[in-house]
Design a protein around this ligand. Structure first.
Ligand code: C2E
Ligand code: CA
Ligand code: CA
Ligand code: CA
Length: 271
């Protein structure tokens, strides 16, 4: 980059220039997508040891004008980097809670718990607890049907503040899950104070644990941490009956993965 006068920097490297242009055009597309309601939530079943559905996880998708569905891996990182995750995350909270409301009169689905992914960027906002509270009030749903999936990265910043927020969320009556557990900043010291209800074993440990001894040890360890800290444990990425049976034998409480069902639009969820 060359400095052009005092305040402007121009990029003369055509590659960098192209990357930056693509990024800003994608960012504009994402902003437009929020305005034109092009986001939607898919839901993936979570089951208990009897393979009985007890809830779902809400997973966001972007539907392009062409009808093409874009998975979150392709836009969540840019949303986090740009701060767009805050309004988008707010939309997700509201849409998922409205879905709980729609299911209220459904004999089978009215007791389903809905797990909602919360980005650390979103969690760190001063008003996050207030936002959750107002959507709960607005939709008038049963707070215990909501489970917020947080990640360990929220402990990297001001962890004392994070712990206070977690207490405030619990006081609203929602439950909390620690997503991607074991992949990040796991400090047992913090876990002791972290009043979460559930640990979610990341699918990277589930993929090969039937044949990989160290993955199996990690899975066993997470299940025993859950037991000792009195937290429920859910495994994600369960793709086979054999994985399900083995996890059950290890004492895992809940399961999620293609073996039980892929993420689906809510109207296609027949269980
Ligand atoms: P995650 O929270 O770890 O979600 C699990 C991912 O694994 C989902 O990918 C899901 O579709 C996929 N999956 C489920 N079962 C299986 C299986 O049996 N095998 C395999 N190979 N994959 C399985 P998806 O929907 O593409 O979401 C990717 C990530 O995007 C999520 O990872 C989450 O971190 C993020 N994300 C999704 N929705 C939201 C959202 O509303 N807000 C935020 N902040 N992040 C979201
Ligand atoms: Ca998740
Ligand atoms: Ca994961
Ligand atoms: Ca995650």
């Amino acid at each position: 980059a060359k400095s052009d006068g005092r305040n402007t920097i121009r990029f003369f490297d055509p590659y960098i220039q192209k990357v930056m242009e693509e990024k800003s055009s994608m960012l504009q597309q994402l902003r437009d997508a929020i305005d034109s309601k092009q986001f939607l939530l898919y839901y993936q079943p979570q089951v208990d040891q009897n393979a009985h559905v007890i809830g779902v996880e809400a997973l966001i998708r972007l539907k392009k004008a062409t009808g093409e569905l874009i998975p979150p891996g392709q836009f969540i990182p840019l949303c986090e980097e740009s701060g767009l995750i805050v309004p988008l995350g707010q939309w997700v909270l509201r849409e998922a809670m409205m879905q709980v409301k729609r299911w209220e009169k459904d004999a089978q689905k009215s007791q389903w718990r809905v797990s909602i992914n919360v980005s650390t960027k979103q969690f760190e906002r001063e008003d996050f607890v207030h936002v959750v509270e107002s959507v709960l009030n607005e939709t008038a749903i049963e707070p215990s049907l909501i489970r917020l999936e947080l990640t360990e990265s929220l402990l990297i910043g001001d962890s004392a503040k994070a712990l206070v927020k977690i207490q405030a969320l619990k006081a609203l009556g929602v439950s909390l899950s620690l997503d991607d557990f074991g992949t990040g900043y796991s400090s047992l010291q913090y876990l002791k104070h972290l009043n979460v209800d559930e640990l979610k074993i990341d699918q990277s440990f589930i993929r090969d644990f039937l044949t990989d001894r160290s993955d199996a040890l990690i899975v066993e360890t997470i299940i025993s941490i859950g037991k000792n800290f009195n937290m429920e444990v859910i495994a994600e990425g369960v793709e086979s009956e054999e994985q399900f049976e083995r996890l059950k034998a290890m004492g895992c409480h809940y399961f999620q993965g293609y073996f039980f069902g892929k993420p689906t639009p809510p109207e296609n969820l027949y269980m």
